[in-house]
Design a protein around this ligand. Structure first.
Ligand code: AHG
Ligand code: MN
Ligand code: MN
Length: 342
């Protein structure tokens, strides 16, 4: 081990990146620093889960019609609070809140950016000590600077994202974020309380051996998806052998693993849920941006996730995301079905 290796913290890294842009104001670095701070606070509580009264249901139902966990509320308040008190964000949208929150004060109104987030992803895993996460998406405002942010700032196509990222509270805690320059991962060093660059320039392998999907819903999926899943289990796929099935039920953990190792993650539409389950603005857009910047692909089965024009804050979309070759394989099944149905 080279003990002289220079470890770069998240703050050092984002400031370093700014050096290449003489006109940069530092707002994006500030925003990422704020998100890192909130992540560390959430991490502390996640680590104490079981010891303190933070597990279980909050007793309320969110706008999505889902049971809210105490940790969902805690994480939402941490991320919203830190961004509201910071000076780099004009407003937020959250999976846990009915509507956007516009900060509307003199400083915030001058901020260039708005942020959307899923404060805690993988709610069903919170109480059973399985990895959970936070997902975020950052847009440059389209509304006039100096005035309060508007709904239009939040309802932009994913291809307009300036940055997106996630935090995984797992066997170690990681902060991964992407800008148009690439994807970088930072692991929390608990001894100094800093996220340190551990995964520079992450690339998603073009091919993997993992497919991730909720098999319990198999008979609810469309014919093309069913055929592709069967192909994953047989030898008629590019790898020439069955793929491995991995699905933990926390999108952050599932997509993180596939991003690093190569693989495909699917949350298709079902007979009952035509738009699937995952939310475009809080889950699909940020991951589509990250995975594409790492060399992978993300679609709703028809078009790129990043090209969908959102019309509502909480809208859902089917999602297929992952390694390029596996996404191409899936596409072939979808196109064959389309031709057959013409
Ligand atoms: P959330 O906890 O933010 O509501 O998201 C849970 C999501 C996602 O993380 C996961 O991939 C998916 O729900 C699992 O859904 P199923 O249990 O229907 O497979
Ligand atoms: Mn989620
Ligand atoms: Mn959530």
């Amino acid at each position: 081990m080279n003990i002289n290796r220079r470890i770069q913290t998240l703050d050092e890294f984002t400031i370093q990146q700014m050096r290449d842009f003489p006109n940069a104001t530092g707002e994006l670095s500030g925003l990422l620093r704020d998100l890192g701070l909130a992540a560390k606070r959430v991490n502390v509580e996640v680590n104490k889960a079981g010891l303190v009264d933070i597990l279980g249901d909050d007793g309320s139902i969110n706008i999505q019609g889902e049971e809210v966990k105490k940790m969902d509320v805690y994480a939402n308040n941490q991320f919203m609070g830190v961004l509201q008190h910071g000076i780099s964000c004009a407003g937020i949208g959250s999976e846990e809140l009915d509507d956007i929150v516009v900060f509307d004060d003199l400083v915030s109104n001058k901020s260039k950016y708005v942020c959307l987030f899923d404060p805690l992803d993988g709610s069903s895993n919170i109480d059973v000590n399985v990895s959970i996460g936070t997902i975020f998406s950052i847009f440059k405002r389209v509304s006039e600077l100096g005035k309060p942010a508007t709904k239009e700032d939040f309802l932009q196509q994913g291809n307009k994202q300036v940055a997106a990222g996630y935090v995984i509270y797992g066997s170690s805690t990681m902060f991964v974020y992407a800008t148009r320059r690439g994807v970088n991962g930072f692991t929390l060093d608990p001894s100094i309380g800093e996220f340190c660059l551990s995964h520079p320039d992450i690339k998603c392998p073009d091919m993997g051996k993992i497919y991730s999907v909720n098999h319990g819903n198999f008979f609810q999926y469309g014919e093309a998806v069913k055929k592709y899943i069967i192909a994953c289990q047989k030898k008629d796929n590019t790898s020439g052998g069955p793929y491995t099935q991995r699905y933990i039920g926390s999108m952050v953990a599932d997509v993180h693993r596939n991003l690093i190792k190569g693989g495909i993650f699917m949350y298709p539409s079902t007979v009952d849920k035509h738009k699937g389950k995952l939310r475009l603005l809080y889950e699909c857009n940020p991951f589509a941006f990250i995975v594409e910047k790492a060399g992978g692909l993300a679609t709703n089965g028809k078009i790129r996730i990043l090209d969908i024009q959102p019309t509502e804050l909480h809208e859902r979309t089917p999602l297929f995301i992952g390694s390029k070759i596996m996404m191409d394989e899936l596409d072939a099944y979808i196109n064959t079905e389309l031709k057959e149905n013409k």
